[in-house]
Structure formats: structure tokens, C-alpha cells
Design a binder for this molecule. Structure first.
Ligand SMILES: NC(=O)c1ccc[n+]([C@@H]2O[C@H](COP(=O)([O-])OP(=O)(O)OC[C@H]3O[C@@H](n4cnc5c(N)ncnc54)[C@H](OP(=O)(O)O)[C@@H]3O)[C@@H](O)[C@H]2O)c1
Length: 330
């Protein structure tokens, strides 16, 4: 099969090579001896793959290895007891190995793909939407009628969070850095959009009538203190990532004075050993797909051989929605 490998840890420009290699065995590291074998049609590209080209992500196998954490495609074979079977269209989280014509995923992280979604949308479904649901609902306790402020709202996690929040019945305020990203956030369903280079904290307080209930933060950096200030009493700031680079520090007296909380949300580490929780999150996201509120926003698409350009698009902050590699024609 054809696959993209990370062959050296020198960044997205030079780390990747297109190779011909044997197909994987039907076994996944999370379910040794078992796995769903998938003919990949589309592979999702995310921030962790950019970090992996520099050896900066927590999951760092020695090169050469095939990156790619999620795919959409058609099941070739599935272990007994799996909820999918040969021939089914699926979206799957494989952690590694997705940038290839054939990939293997654990059965508990493989989900039937609704007919309303194409393969490119399926490749943007699990990492971002499961993270958004986990972060907003399970960690941030977001409820119907509440208001949530979402940073990096035109990105993969951000657009997913806008839609999941809508599915919960919450009101959304998106924070973005450019006019083009403003349009993406609006198309993803944002109720309000504010600019990260403007007085977004004051705007958020005004738009929410005194402060938001939840902030979802995949960006970090120097916005953190203003994010805390934008919360109302009982508000929760959910920490999801640090695309801005710097890892913020909290002066905990602010939490005492405001009666607010900072909550960590690390989807992968939390859910990997919990098959039932994955099914629960998959069912909740599936209901939102059926209701029509979840529609993954697909941004730039590249053929497998141009994976390096896909990674650079994310690295250079140009990505909107989900960046996708087209592996097979639909
Ligand atoms: N905790 C978890 O379980 C979990 C799961 C999945 C992903 N993540 C993390 O969440 C973060 C977001 O992932 P994503 O896929 O949504 O990424 P993405 O599509 O690239 O979006 C990230 C957004 O961050 C903003 N940003 C601010 N400063 C930036 C900078 N210096 N470089 C790049 N972007 C910058 C950009 O929005 P503006 O330009 O509008 O500011 C961008 O749209 C990543 O750190 C990822 O590792 C965490």
C-alpha cells in the first residue's frame, strides 16, 4: 500500500516521505490481536501530526512511522462483537497509521458513518467532535440556555465546539483572528463573533449580560487572564490546548474572588481505556448528526502525496475547519 511516513524529526517541510509498504496486520496497539481493518478514503490532519514531525507530541514512536490519528473509509474486516462489519462506511480513530491506504482502528473507536456525511467530513468527526463533547459537556458541564465563549473558533476543535454547543442548546460567542475566519465561524453556526485583536473580553461580557458560563480554550497564551475575567459567577474555563504557544499560569486568588473554576480536558488520555464512554460520546455526537446540527467543516483538501502541504497549512495558522487528505476517490 501507499503511505506517508515521518522519517526524520525536522518539521513538516522535510520530515515526510511517500512510501510503498506492506499492509498492517488486523491488530491495534490498544486492542492487541484485534482491530477493524479499513480501506481509507480520507484521513484527517491535526495539530498533533505537526508536532509529531518535530518529535514534540506526547505520542512519539521512533521514526520511521506512519502518522494519522483518524480516518473515514470502508470496513474490510472487523473482529467478532464489533458494532461494524465488512462493507460498512465508518469514521474511526486509529491514533497512528491513518496517512495510508489501509489503516487499523480499535472496534470501540470505530463508528458507522451517517449517510448525510461524506468521507472527508467523516475524517473530521472523531477527534474534534468527541473532544468538543467531552470538553464542553462532560468536563465543562455546559447546559441548555448557557453561554459559551470559544477561542480558535474557526479551527478544527473550534468549529466542532460551536456545533456541539448548539446541539446542547447553548448560545455561542466565537473568538477569531481574521475576517476570513469570522466567516468560517459564522458558517459553522456561531451566534456572535468577536475578534481576538479587539476588546473581546468586554464584548463577551456585554453580549452575555455580565459574563459567560463557560470558556473553551484550545489557544492558551496571553488570553488566559482575560478569559477568566470574562466568566460569570460559577463559570468554568475549560483548558483544551495551547496553539498560541505559551502555557498560561493561574493566580488562584482570581478563582476565589470570582467563584470560578479552571478545568482540564484531555480527551485521549481520559477515554482510551473506557470503551463504554466512547460509545456514549459516539451516540451523543451521532444524535447531533441526525438532528442536522453537526456537519464537520472541511477546509483545505490535499492528495495523500501532498501531506507536507497539509501540515504546513496548520503550522502556519492558515487552516480553517478540518484539513483532510484524500486517499482514495469516493
Ligand atoms: N485536549 C484535547 O483532548 C485535545 C483534542 C484535540 C485537539 N487538542 C488541541 O487543541 C488545539 C486546537 O486544535 P485544532 O485542531 O482546532 O487546531 P487548528 O484547526 O489549527 O485551530 C487552532 C486555532 O488556534 C488559533 N491560534 C492562535 N494562535 C495560534 C498560533 N500561534 N498558531 C496556530 N494557531 C493559533 C487559531 O485561531 P485564530 O487565528 O482565530 O486565533 C487557529 O484557528 C491543539 O493544540 C490541539 O493539540 C486537544
Amino acid at each position: 500500500m501507499k503511505a506517508i511516513q515521518i522519517v526524520e524529526l525536522t518539521g513538516p517541510d522535510s520530515a515526510l516521505a511517500l512510501v510503498e509498504m506492506p499492509e498492517p496486520e488486523p491488530s491495534h496497539m490498544l486492542t492487541p490481536g484485534e482491530g477493524v481493518v479499513i480501506d481509507v478514503h480520507a484521513a484527517g490532519v491535526s495539530f498533533p501530526e505537526v508536532l509529531q514531525t518535530r518529535g514534540e507530541y506526547q505520542l512519539k514512536p521512533p521514526p520511521p512511522f506512519v502518522p494519522g490519528s483518524e480516518v473515514a473509509g470502508v470496513v474490510r474486516s472487523a473482529p467478532q462483537g464489533a458494532q461494524v462489519k465488512a462493507g460498512d462506511r465508518v469514521a474511526a480513530f486509529c491514533a497512528l497509521g491513518g496517512f495510508a491506504e489501509t489503516a487499523v482502528a480499535p472496534a470501540f473507536l470505530t463508528f458507522a458513518l451517517a449517510p448525510a456525511l461524506d468521507f472527508a467530513q467523516g475524517a473530521g468527526l472523531i477527534l474534534n467532535y468527541h473532544t468538543a463533547y467531552f470538553s464542553l459537556v462532560l468536563r465543562g458541564r455546559l447546559k441548555q440556555g448557557e453561554t459559551v465563549l470559544i477561542h480558535g473558533a474557526a479551527g478544527g476543535v473550534g468549529t466542532a465546539a460551536l456545533q456541539v454547543a448548539k446541539g446542547v442548546g447553548a448560545r455561542t460567542i466565537a473568538v477569531v483572528s481574521t475576517e476570513a475566519k469570522q466567516r468560517v465561524a459564522e458558517q459553522a453556526g456561531a451566534d456572535e463573533v468577536v475578534r481576538s485583536d479587539g476588546p473581546w473580553k468586554d464584548q463577551a461580557k456585554e453580549l452575555s449580560g455580565g459574563g459567560v458560563d463557560v470558556v473553551l480554550d484550545p489557544v492558551g497564551g496571553d488570553r488566559f487572564t482575560d478569559s477568566l475575567r470574562s466568566l460569570r459567577e460559577d463559570g468554568r474555563l475549560v483548558v483544551v490546548g495551547f496553539t498560541g504557544g505559551a502555557i498560561p499560569e493561574v493566580k488562584v486568588n482570581r478563582l476565589l474572588l470570582g467563584n470560578t473554576e479552571v478545568v482540564g480536558a484531555g480527551w485521549g488520555a481520559y477515554v482510551m481505556g473506557k470503551p463504554d464512554l466512547n460509545r456514549e460520546i459516539g451516540a451523543a455526537v451521532g444524535r447531533m448528526v441526525d438532528e442536522g446540527v453537526v456537519r464537520p467543516v472541511v477546509g483545505e483538501r490535499f492528495p495523500l502525496a501532498r501531506a507536507s502541504e497539509a501540515l504546513k497549512c496548520i503550522d502556519e495558522r492558515r487552516a480553517t475547519g478540518k484539513v483532510v487528505l484524500d486517499v482514495r476517490a469516493d
